[in-house]
Design a protein around this ligand. Structure first.
Ligand SMILES: Nc1ncnc2c1ncn2[C@@H]1O[C@H](COP(=O)(O)OP(=O)(O)OP(=O)(O)O)[C@@H](O)[C@H]1O
Ligand SMILES: [Mg+2]
Length: 596
């Protein structure tokens, strides 16, 4: 006799449940998405014990008819598509017809629902896939789903759940994301009887951001509304002060569905580059609206993964959307809003295209150690994404310095902070961070304009002795130094000769040797990192080491030169490491500024 048997329905459903329902938060996701698909404008999510014992989602959607109710629990039962082709015109969150079947196979599920046509509501109770009974009940139009004792018949799953607080945290993050994507739906979250938050459903993203993240975040966000062809991107991006060490605050929605996609993430990284500080990630919440014909969401049961038909086009649009918003930000009295999406900083553009890396970036051969940095070839530089227009030509993005800020210089405090007044507001500019940002842009600009010929020659070349490790790094990366303005030669086995340093147009006396050694030191301390990080860190380090320090006295004309340059930059907010260059102290009428 053979060994192969057909599995029973409950087993099949329990196995399928394993794909989408790993923890209570997944149940909440499926149920809230069903409410949204049903057109609900009010959704209440109630949780007890981290969702392990009790999850209730109530909505005012269109309800489930009496005939549909038992069918809804069947596997592959859906009202949302009829055939696979329908996916190309489906914008609902669900379409697989699996969620309820999965949930009911591993819990006790109670549904109370009423459609407009039904005289009264109907209540259905089911457990472990079996319907235990139905009865008429009084109810408003809408649906309430209660899930109790999740995983009661899948002990292995139950065992892997975290404590209640952690499970609730997952739920909260999930519900917050859904609220951020569905601005026209009011969502309330209640945990163990306490209100955790409620979104207003008034359609204003800044209101919900304020509710979820607080005032400071809200004040440091720029709204995004960018359209290119069939694609529209809306949401918010954070200015440089909002950048964080993790990607936690990077959220993409595709037609309101939360997705993860590496190409889009890379695009965002490029757009934020130079503005977030090295090793930091920009803040964004973006919803991409585009025709369902342009992507496939049926890649994985959780629907987090998506395949785009024209990834490279979308890459560019996301880049434009973020960049445009960041550069349009009113800053330091700049009121000239730049609305032309093509006015980006050209040198930044070129710099960025040099550094675009594909998803194969994780390939270890592309990682460098302290001993070798491989400069991208021209072909790599002109790589497929950033610089290709629809016609395949290079998109030229022009520098357009229209920022024009009038400021009044008030003096320097602590030999470090330059005080300026702009439009009745008082600002403190950190002279080191500001100079660092200016030099960083300058070095990139030099690189753009005049590769390998942007050195400021020194009167007397300097010979520096190096250790074996340092020497190896310089030998292997001599192009990197030259590209960014170091005129250096190998000089015997253990030394190098420095003839020139990057032309930074400042008279500030810098000790060439110190600067060079500091850079080497910095480059050698962090060993394994990607090419683009190394190069960016290199420039940031050069800028940092060559910049005026705190406690260095600046002459007034030097201060003005620094401020003029800083205020003209498209991104004057932080130094390349992410430290703010400028802090707003307050308005002339602010109480805190008036001494009694
Ligand atoms: N809150 C609700 N209001 C109205 N109808 C609902 C609700 N929840 C579920 N339904 C109905 O039950 C059906 C089955 O839901 P289920 O979540 O299992 O599948 P789906 O949403 O169609 O697809 P997926 O498995 O991808 O979520 C839905 O197609 C819908 O018709
Ligand atoms: Mg569903």
């Amino acid at each position: 006799m053979g060994n192969i048997v057909l599995l029973d329905d409950l087993t099949i459903n329990k196995i399928a449940a394993g794909e989408v329902i790993e923890r209570p938060a997944n149940v909440v996701k499926e149920l809230v998405e069903n409410s949204i698909d049903a057109g609900a404008k009010n959704i209440v999510v109630e949780i007890k014990n981290g969702g392990k014992t009790f999850i209730r989602i109530s909505d005012n959607g269109k309800g489930i008819s009496i005939d549909d109710m038992p069918i809804a629990l069947e596997r592959h039962a859906t009202s949302k598509i009829r055939q696979i082709e329908d996916l190309e015109k489906t914008y609902t969150m669900g379409f697989r017809g699996e969620a309820l079947a999965s949930i009911v196979s591993i819990s006790r599920l109670t549904i109370v629902s009423k459609t407009l046509d039904m005289p009264s509501g109907i209540k259905l109770v089911a457990e472990a896939g079996d319907i235990l009974g139905t009865e008429e009940v009084g109810s408003q139009v809408g649906t309430t789903m209660t899930v109790e004792n999740l995983f009661f018949n899948v002990p292995v799953r139950y065992k892997f759940l975290k404590n209640d607080a952690t499970e609730f945290r997952y739920i909260k993050e999930l519900v917050q994301k859904i609220a951020l994507a569905n601005l026209d739906v009011s969502i309330k979250l209640i945990n163990d009887g306490k209100n955790v938050f409620q979104s207003s459903g008034n359609g204003n993203i800044k209101d919900i951001v304020y509710t979820l993240y607080g005032k400071e975040v809200k004040d440091n966000l720029v709204e995004v509304d960018h359209k290119e062809g069939d694609v529209r991107i809306t949401g918010v991006v954070g200015n440089t002060l909002m950048a964080k060490d993790s990607r936690k605050n990077q959220i993409f929605f595709l037609n309101k569905r939360n997705i993860k996609n590496q190409v889009l993430t890379s695009s965002a990284d490029q757009a934020f580059k130079g503005g977030t500080g090295i090793g930091k990630y920009g803040f964004f919440i973006l919803n991409i609206e585009m025709p369902a014909t342009q992507y496939d969401v049926n890649v994985h049961p959780t629907k987090m993964e998506v395949r785009f038909k024209e990834e490279q086009v979308l890459y560019k649009i996301v880049y434009h959307a973020i960049k445009e918003a960041l550069l349009n930000k009113e800053f330091l009295g700049n009121t000239d809003l730049e609305n032309n999406k093509d006015t980006y900083i050209q040198n930044e553009f070129e710099f960025l295209t040099n550094h675009y890396n594909t998803t194969e970036e994780n390939n270890s051969s592309k990682y460098i150690s302290s001993s070798k940095i491989v400069m991208p070839t021209l072909e790599e530089t002109n790589s497929k994404y950033m610089n290709m227009g629809n016609d395949g030509k290079l998109d030229l993005i022009n520098r357009d310095e229209i920022r024009n800020v009038d400021y009044k210089y008030c003096g320097i405090v602590f030999r470090t902070f330059i005080m300026i007044e702009i439009n009745d507001e008082l600002y403190l500019v950190d002279q080191h961070a500001a100079h660092e940002r200016v030099l960083y842009e300058q070095i990139k600009e030099n690189y753009k304009n005049n590769i390998q010929n942007n050195s400021q020659l020194m009167l007397f070349p300097e010979i520096i002795n190096l250790t074996h490790k340092e020497m190896e790094f310089v030998q292997n990366n001599i192009e990197l130094f030259k590209n960014y303005g170091f005129d250096i030669e190998l000089f015997g086995e253990n030394s190098i000769k420095i003839n020139g340093i990057p032309d930074i147009e400042y008279k500030i006396k810098i000790d060439t040797k110190d600067v060079f050694m500091d850079i080497l030191d910095e480059m050698l301390t962090k060993e394994r990192t990607t090419i683009k990080d190394v190069e960016e860190r290199f420039i940031a380090t050069v800028a940092c080491k060559a910049a005026v320090k705190a406690n260095m006295d600046l002459a007034e004309d030097e201060v003005h030169k620094l401020l003029d340059r800083l205020l003209k930059l498209k991104n004057p907010y932080t130094c390349p490491h992410g430290r703010p260059t400028t802090i707003k102290i307050g308005h002339k009428l602010d109480e805190k500024l008036i001494c009694n």
